[in-house]
Design a protein around this ligand. Structure first.
Ligand code: PMP
Length: 418
């Protein structure tokens, strides 16, 4: 018997004694129950574009336009006129599809140009692109690490990293805990063919940064390799938006950099930046690259986004100003936003149902945020996650802060979160 008040999505993945059809039936009941309690804030239907405000089609909600704090489109390049123009031109000239997988006819000039642009962006020589950031991680890791290797993962890495490591040996260290990482590195020396430490630059649920400089030192000391996924740091962190790697100019010290074109670059796609030999290996050895069609001509617009990060620094400046505005406001309201140092700002709630209730109250007041629950984070780490964009106006952020102030009083949050 599943207690719907305590259950999470994960409980329906593999229910003892039930097959997938029965599990689907139960999950359907669960979601209905959540909906009836006003706790179903996932897959909400938007009828507009990605931006600081979004139009939504929600039953029983008086608002049509919501302030959006859910997009990873941090610089809002998905709407930048020059990026859109580049996509339109590419579609007019080259159509809407690539027609094949890269090995057998689907490799075009814009794929090659993107590989060059993204590796150059990180001052490196070589890259391979994939259709999403998720695929870039899972494909590369699956191709690189086999059963004799060891993956050493920060406990907060993205799901795509974990998927990439399922067939290799895997150990995790508590989030950003350097002593624990060093312990694993020291006791596993000479026990595996190779060892790969995998970390994020900016962590997607806390918005905090990896201590990259210290991790690079540890990895080198113990003869391992380092993979950095900076999906959320690129275009946000560092004076010129190269991400966490820019803070100590460690461009040549990280073996493999992975990332996505779906966040700061405003489109979709993923990349792996590595040595020429390694990207060559992946082009012929990663199954997701060989057996799957490539990005469409519209992805030529990413070339423009990459340029704009350098040509129009105003967007990064606006983003930083907005981050400061929202962070300062939330802190002065006494909310716990953890150790964020990026555009991702969590408000820690710690109870799944209260989290859903607050997300719903925000929505009722015209503010769209994400409720993050297990399995994305542990149950006691449930939080409301907000992502700031360069195009939010001060009025948007002031309204968000006013609504939080109202919720704090209404739900007596200060007493409950103590
Ligand atoms: N890595 C991290 C850290 C992410 O947060 C995400 C997306 N949420 C991805 C990779 C996957 O990127 P994409 O959305 O392009 O598949």
């Amino acid at each position: 018997e599943i207690n719907f008040d305590k259950a999470s999505f994960k409980d329906f993945e593999n229910i003892a004694g039930k097959d997938a059809n029965e599990a689907a039936y139960l999950f359907f009941q669960y979601m209905r129950y959540k909906q009836s309690k006003g706790q179903m804030n996932y897959r909400l239907l938007s009828t507009s574009h990605s931006g600081p405000t979004m139009e939504m089609d929600l039953p029983d909600n008086p608002h049509k336009t919501f302030i959006s704090l859910v997009a990873n489109d941090y610089l809002n390049f998905s709407q930048h006129p020059l990026v859109k123009k580049a996509a339109i031109e590419a579609i007019e000239n080259y159509g809407v599809g690539a027609g094949a997988s890269p090995a057998i006819g689907g490799h075009f000039w814009y794929h090659e140009a993107l590989e060059k642009a993204i590796s150059g962006f990180f001052y490196r020589k070589s890259a391979i692109t994939y259709t999403t950031g998720y695929t870039a991680n899972s494909a590369a890791l699956q191709a690189i690490m086999k059963k004799d290797d060891l993956a050493i993962l920060d406990s907060a890495v993205h799901a795509s990293v974990i998927e990439g490591c399922l067939q290799t040996n895997m150990k995790t260290f508590p989030h950003n805990n350097l002593q624990a990482l060093e312990r694993i590195l020291s006791v596993t020396k000479d026990k595996y063919r190779s060892r790969w430490v995998v970390i994020d630059g900016v962590y997607s649920q806390d918005g905090d940064l990896a201590p990259l400089d210290e991790i690079v030192k540890l990895v080198k000391t113990y003869g391992a390799y380092l993979i950095l996924d900076d999906a959320h740091g690129t275009g946000v962190i560092g004076a010129t938006g190269r991400g966490v790697i820019e803070l100590d100019a460690l461009y040549q010290e990280v073996d493999i950099i992975t990332g996505t074109f779906s966040k700061t670059f405003g489109h979709i796609g993923g990349y792996v930046v590595a040595s020429e030999e390694m990207t060559h290996f992946l082009k012929y050895q990663s199954r997701q690259h060989i057996f799957s069609s490539t990005a469409t001509p519209a992805s030529a617009c990413i070339l423009k986004s990459i340029q704009l990060i350098d040509e129009e620094p105003i967007w990064m400046q606006k983003l930083q100003k907005n981050i400061l505005h929202l962070k300062t406001g939330l802190l002065s309201l006494g909310l716990d936003i953890g150790t964020t140092a990026s555009a991702i700002i969590p408000v820690k709630i710690g109870d799944m149902n209260l989290n859903a209730e607050i997300c719903n109250l925000l929505l009722q007041e015209g503010i769209y945020t994400n409720q993050i629950n297990y399995p994305a984070v542990s149950q006691k780490n449930s939080r409301i996650r907000m992502s700031v964009m360069a195009t939010h106006q001060p009025e948007h952020l002031d309204k968000v802060l006013n609504v939080w102030e109202w919720i704090i009083k209404k739900k007596e949050l200060k007493q409950r979160l103590r």
